[in-house]
Design a protein around this ligand. Structure first.
Ligand code: BEZ
Length: 217
């Protein structure tokens, strides 16, 4: 008989971000209270005192001004202890001058990592993969990235998708392939015959009525 494989439930785009309480490097956190009214990027790393993770966390620290300007909190997580986190934060600050100024969840019992689908046993039984959850002010998950242990994330892409989500919300539009801030955006397709006529008579950049772009400037 074939083995029946059970697929664990994982958060999906559009779901409410799961709530939790945990110790972090900046004190005890009630997640939903902490992210109240803000965007949040919630990211896991496999382990403290490892090289790729150190570069990534340094990237999140260096982009403080960007995330602040975009009303976005940064929250890290690994399944290391609070003592390991504190020692690592201190070590990186001493060696490089960079302070990981955002909270890092100490998920020693892996409960939060499991809740967020960050533990992917085919990749590692003992470490979280490199996940990034983009959570909006309504606490809804809007975009998810998962990277394996041996490939670091791309900070430009993390920043790009955050701006894309915020711009799409603010302008009720969608972003085409490779969109970056300043590029034209895609406007919704017409919903009535009158809107269609209006669209066809417009001087928008248009392939046909269903693919029209406009500048936000
Ligand atoms: C790293 O961050 O360098 C790393 C962490 C876990 C496994 C492999 C690499």
């Amino acid at each position: 008989m074939d083995t029946i494989q059970t697929i664990p439930t994982m958060p999906r785009i559009g779901d409410m971000a799961p709530n939790f309480e945990s110790m972090t490097t900046t004190g005890k956190m009630k997640f939903h209270d902490y992210i109240q009214g803000k965007w949040a990027v919630f990211f896991s790393h496999p382990a403290d005192f490892t090289p790729v993770c150190t570069t990534e966390m340094t990237g999140f620290a260096n982009e403080k001004a960007f995330f602040d300007a975009h009303n976005t909190l940064r929250i890290g997580l690994s399944i290391d202890s609070i003592h390991a986190h504190i020692a690592w934060v201190n070590n990186v600050r001493e060696k490089t001058g960079v302070l990981f100024d955002f909270p890092i969840v100490a998920d020693i019992d892996m409960s939060v990592a499991k809740l967020y689908g960050m533990l992917q046993p085919g990749e590692s039984e003992t470490a979280a993969v490199r996940a990034v959850f983009f959570i909006d002010p309504a606490k809804k998950i809007r975009l998810i990235m998962y990277y394996p242990l041996n490939v670091g994330r791309n900070m430009e892409e993390i920043k790009r998708v955050l701006v894309a989500l915020q711009t799409a919300d603010a302008n009720k539009c969608a972003m085409p392939l490779d969109w970056k801030p300043g590029d034209k955006v895609i406007i919704p397709a017409p919903k009535t015959v009158d809107e269609l006529q209006e669209r066809l008579a417009s001087n928008l950049e248009m392939v046909d009525f269903y693919l029209a772009k406009k500048s936000l400037n």
